[in-house]
Design a protein around this ligand. Structure first.
Ligand SMILES: *Cc1c(COP(=O)(O)O)cnc(C)c1O
Length: 361
């Protein structure tokens, strides 16, 4: 029996791509599959997204682009992150589009490269803050020019007005350029921006989190008809009595207040179940909630089955759901003070990935 299994429903991925495409009518979709598709498996998710109509795929780094190509995935592919000399060669060899914000960097790119000029409209990370520099890059790119882009810092915070400021800055820059260059692919929207404001849609949208059926606002994915693709499971490996005063796990952070029964589940931070969930998570066994108790260790967690835990309701070998129907990544994230993005992206190679759905055939 596998220690930890990520069941990924590729039909859900395909469904979510269609939902996001419908939310941004008239645009192309760039499905973002960086960080192993937010932990879901980049190659399988990229294929499912392509089949569902995502014309573009987006990744952060050159090695991610090369891995998709090595798996036989062709078509438009954008490396969104920064590239140093060696990585640039890998990205170009993978026939990926790259992002530019610096004239010196643009100068090193061959005439066959395809570039997207990035304006930093307020994210404060990559891109040039200066619209004039961005315009010069557009001019200097010549036939290499494919797109122009920006990225939002607060799209997921509906109450925040900075989103509108960023959009206004980007629109003021790209508006006149777009009129002269109707062929230019203009893009800005991540998942939250797609659902939040049609004015941010432009020609191409770049959803990541929503593709996996996770809610970009950290709330309820179903409210946007997004279907979570991931069910993260392990199983009951051992069941044992734990008398009042006895402890379980490193540091004795759990000491039983009453006689109870504990299940040991062979999943831990070595599989990608974050240690930050210590004392702050439930699991589902046979549909019933049980509290995770004790420190999350590299290879195991312990779960309190309650005083009647030996009644046979739970048996060795039973499936344990850590993330899945009834236990969304948004809940896991909120309780351990992070975001759903980190919960799924944390899944490590020791977790086996099983793919379900038509798109997996
Ligand atoms: C990760 C990323 C996205 C996708 O963002 P989500 O919030 O996951 O939809 C889009 N654009 C850029 C530049 C990114 O880095």
């Amino acid at each position: 029996m596998a220690r930890a299994v990520a069941r990924v429903d590729l039909d859900a991925v395909a469904h979510n791509v269609r939902v996001l495409a419908a939310a941004a009518p008239g645009t192309q979709v760039c499905a973002v599959v960086k960080a192993n598709a937010y932990g879901h498996g980049a190659v399988a998710c990229a294929r499912a997204a392509r089949q569902a109509g995502a014309g573009w795929l987006g990744v952060a780094g050159a090695a991610e682009a090369a891995a998709l190509r090595a798996a036989g995935i062709d078509g438009p592919l954008l490396v969104m992150g920064s590239l140093d000399g060696e990585d640039l060669g890998i990205a170009l060899a993978a026939d990926a589009d790259v992002v530019v914000w610096d004239e010196g960097f643009l100068g090193t790119l061959p005439s066959t490269a395809r570039v997207h000029v990035k304006l930093d409209s307020g994210m404060g990370r990559l891109g040039t803050r200066d619209p004039d520099t961005a315009t010069r890059l557009v001019e200097q790119a010549g036939p290499r020019l494919r797109g122009a882009m920006t990225h939002f810092a607060t799209a997921d915070d509906r109450a925040d007005a900075f989103f509108d400021e960023q959009l206004a800055r980007f629109t003021a820059w790209i508006g006149p350029i777009r009129e002269q260059r109707p062929d230019l692919l203009v893009h800005a929207a991540n998942s939250a921006a797609i659902l939040r404001d049609a004015a941010a849609h432009f020609d191409l949208v770049r959803p990541g989190i929503g593709v996996y059926g996770l809610d970009p606002f950290g709330e309820d994915a179903a409210a946007h008809d997004l279907r979570p693709a991931l069910t993260f499971t392990s199983h009951v490996a051992a069941i044992k009595h734990c008398a009042a005063g006895e402890s379980a796990g490193y540091g004795r952070r759990f000491v039983a207040a009453r006689d109870t029964v504990l299940a040991t589940v062979p999943v831990g931070y070595g599989d990608g179940w974050r240690r930050a969930t210590t004392g702050r998570a439930d699991v589902l066994i046979g549909g019933a909630r049980h509290e995770q108790v004790g420190t999350v260790s590299m290879d195991n967690i312990t779960v309190d089955l309650g005083p009647d835990g030996l009644s046979g309701r739970v048996a060795v070998g039973d499936e344990v759901v850590l993330v899945g129907p009834g236990l969304p990544a948004e809940e896991v994230a909120a309780r351990s003070e992070t975001i759903n993005y980190e919960v799924t992206t944390a899944l490590l190679p020791r977790t086996r990935r099983d793919y379900l759905g038509q798109a997996a055939r």
